[in-house]
Ligand binder design. Structure first.
Ligand SMILES: CC(C)(COP(=O)(O)OP(=O)(O)OC[C@H]1O[C@@H](n2cnc3c(N)ncnc32)[C@H](O)[C@@H]1OP(=O)(O)O)[C@@H](O)C(=O)NCCC(=O)NCCS
Length: 375
């Protein structure tokens, strides 16, 4: 039997830190509200592109696995943050890495994109289509955030991480997955008009208007993730005691606590990054995984439970059996270019390109699109 072991891991976190107090310089919000409702204290703002963050994370994961970029057979770029509709972002990472033999796929299921990517790559390795894969979770939300909307602007941050999967005859890697989508609530989280949106009045290129119903998402996220956790654990006949570490999506501390409680897993066995990175959408699970490894919280041969949810509303839970190795084989020389300025200055530069409703000024100036709206 063929399995897909996780043999490499690496992250790329931009250094610029935006605090809750920074947010209250331009929004009617405060540290007390954000901390008590979400658990978040700060988040990172990137000074480079999503492809650059992804490339560094992937190169660190490859060095960790001891795999040459030229031998990579598949790259999955998981996330919402794309600069262009075509070509895809995975091909940008492929080019920058020199992974000339790879197939390159963008996969967007919002915050669950990394987990869906891990499931997809595992399946492709287990069926023999490829022998290895790089799976990336990345977001650059600061560039398309509606910075005038306090309901969403305080919640998100930028970041990237990647893992390398390699074919193995050992029973390791992702062994169970439940993937689903609560599409009835798809309108509760929407970024309208990004890239190619059609408003009925004209093309809204660059529009960053967010629709967001936090309470609907909250309830459905807890339900979807809890049921998915229950189903993957039942499929392997595992109890809460068998779980070595929960590595959840980090959208809200209270959501994580509810899901852990339902699964019967104490919070000591839950990896948390939400307080320092906020919600990095597709990047939260892989960044938390990499930091769990760095902190020695992943034991050889242990079970990891990874629940996530996101726009769609997609949800999932993965069960990963870790292999023997928990230390990197090597390190990558790739580093981010130096940062000049602060996180607040980076955010203010994006704000300067938006009108008072968070819409891109460039988008408002885009030419009207000739096609009539859909019936
Ligand atoms: C977003 C979320 C933190 C809001 O928490 P909540 O306890 O539901 O808060 P509410 O929506 O009830 O808002 C309560 C009040 O705070 C206000 N408020 C909203 N954002 C605020 C902010 N940043 N600062 C201060 N006040 C804020 C609201 O206007 C509301 O005021 P009102 O009572 O006068 O109308 C929570 O619903 C959540 O985490 N949802 C899911 C997370 C998510 O969707 N993540 C993205 C998908 S991965």
């Amino acid at each position: 039997m063929r399995y897909a072991e996780i043999t490499g891991w690496g992250k790329c976190m931009p250094p610029a830190t935006l605090t809750n107090d920074d947010l209250s310089t331009f929004l009617d919000t405060n540290d007390e509200w954000i901390t008590s409702r979400t658990g978040m204290k700060e988040r990172r703002i990137s000074h480079v592109s999503a492809v650059e963050m992804s490339t560094i994370a992937a190169s660190r994961a490859l060095a960790c696995a001891g795999l040459d970029a030229a031998d990579v057979e598949l790259i999955i770029y998981g996330g919402v943050s794309n600069e262009e509709l075509c070509p895809n972002s995975a091909s940008g990472v492929q080019l920058a890495l020199g992974a000339t033999e790879a197939a390159s796929i963008d996969l967007n299921t919002a915050c669950t994109s990394f987990c869906y990517g891990l499931a997809t790559a595992t399946s492709m390795i287990r069926t023999g289509i490829v022998r290895n894969a790089v799976v990336i979770g990345v977001e650059l939300i600061s560039r398309y955030m509606d910075w005038s909307n306090r309901n969403v602007a305080v919640l998100f941050g930028d970041g990237a991480a990647a893992v390398v999967l390699q074919a193995s005859d050992q029973e390791t890697g992702m062994l169970e997955a439940v993937l689903g989508c609560d599409a009835e609530a798809r309108d509760s989280l929407r970024v309208r008009g990004f890239g190619c949106g059609y408003s009925g009045l004209g093309i809204t290129y660059g529009d960053t208007l967010w629709d967001f119903d936090g309470q609907v998402i909250f309830k459905r996220a807890v339900h979807g993730m809890s049921e998915a956790c229950k189903r993957v654990m039942e499929a392997r006949k595992l109890s809460a005691d068998d779980i070595g570490l929960v590595v959840p999506h980090q959208a809200n501390l209270r959501i994580i606590e509810s899901v852990a409680k339902y699964a019967g897993v104490p919070m000591e066995k839950v990896m948390l990054t939400v307080q320092k990175y906020g919600n990095m959408s597709a990047a939260t699970v892989p960044v938390a995984l990499v930091e769990a490894l760095e902190e020695g919280r992943v034991r050889p041969g242990s079970w990891l439970l990874m629940p996530a949810f996101g726009g769609g509303l997609t949800y999932c839970a993965l069960l990963v059996k870790w292999g023997k190795r928990v230390t990197p084989l090597g390190t990558s020389p790739m580093e981010l270019p130096p940062l000049t300025g602060t996180a607040l200055e980076l955010v203010n530069a994006v704000r300067a390109s938006q009108d008072p409703h968070g819409r891109s000024k460039a988008g408002l100036m885009a030419p009207a699109f000739a096609l009539p709206p859909k019936a």
